[in-house]
Ligand binder design. Structure first.
Ligand code: G
Ligand code: G
Ligand code: MN
Ligand code: NA
Length: 250
């Protein structure tokens, strides 16, 4: 209850901070996108990661106004980057509660209209379990978002049990391979088939594929050899409030 009251005040008190983690093209080494990752600069407890407050934000419904704030900030930042000559996509995570709230489409429209950001520079990350349980209402909501011209990415792909037929029914842009699978690359020399299999699924569906949690040169080499399009992770850089968009990566 204390946490919930504090969360209520946090937007008004300007206590939320967004850090941006670069997404890198495997082909060019350039930053092609940035994932917005929310932090809470708590007055007593210091900087909190999302797993320390998102569960309460979701169960209390506060994720809706917080999520709108994130969308607005991320679109503003992407518009600034574009104006500075760096047209990159900004990726915003959507939790299930936001997804099923009927205001989501209006929220996205408001953020784009207020900031003047073109829809193609906004990438919405949807978790695999939204997809797993997708019914007609969900598919309708995803189709409406796609109709606005935003990019849609399935986050944490490969951890749940994706509804593969859903992947064909909606115009997605990208699959993001979960970092637990990336972390297993080259660990078990007898079985490195999962990540290449996911890349093949993405290829078959004509989706781009990004690997998250890339920490080593060997993981990156493996991903490149198997045709992964983009990567993200400590190897390229941690999330930061002021990321460098210009230095090329490997
Ligand atoms: O930043 P970190 O890697 O600790 O993030 C942990 C999780 O919190 C990630 O899985 C991410 O999807 C989620 N997350 C981060 N920022 C946001 C946000 O703005 N909204 C929602 N719904 N989830 C977020
Ligand atoms: O899936 P989600 O949207 O939660 O992913 C973002 C999370 O992953 C953030 O909490 C971020 O801090 C974390 N993260 C980003 N890069 C790496 C990495 O290379 N290794 C590990 N272990 N975690 C990472
Ligand atoms: Mn994510
Ligand atoms: Na993820």
């Amino acid at each position: 209850v204390q946490m919930e009251n504090n969360l209520r005040q946090a937007i008004a008190n300007n206590e939320f901070v967004i850090e941006y983690q670069p997404e890198i093209s495997c082909e060019t080494g350039q930053v092609v996108g940035l994932e917005a990752l929310l932090r809470w600069r708590h007055p007593e407890r210091g900087m909190l990661a999302p797993d320390e407050f998102l569960p309460v934000a979701e169960s209390s419904g506060l994720i809706v106004p917080i999520g709108e704030w994130v969308l607005q900030q991320a679109c503003e930042q992407a518009a600034r980057w574009r104006d500075d000559g760096h047209p990159v996509c900004v990726a915003v995570n959507l939790s299930n509660a936001q997804f099923f709230h009927n205001d989501l489409l209006a929220c996205v429209d408001r953020a784009l209209a207020r900031t003047g950001l073109e829809a193609r520079y906004l990438d919405l990350e949807i978790t695999e379990n939204v997809i797993m349980n997708a019914d007609e209402v969900t598919i309708g909501a995803v189709l409406a978002l796609a109709g606005r011209g935003v990019q849609l990415t399935i986050d944490d792909f490969g951890t749940g049990c994706s509804n593969l037929s859903f992947l064909r029914q909606v115009p997605l842009s990208k699959l993001k391979i979960d970092r637990t699978l990336v972390g297993e690359i080259l660990r078990d020399l007898n079985d490195d088939s999962i990540v290449p299999a996911i890349i093949a699924v993405a290829r078959g569906l004509k989706l781009r594929v990004i690997a998250e949690g890339v920490e080593t040169e060997e993981q990156l080499r493996f991903l490149r050899q198997h045709g992964c399009d983009e990567y993200q992770g400590y190897y390229a850089g941690k999330a930061s409030v002021n990321p460098d968009l210009t230095s090329p990566h490997r």
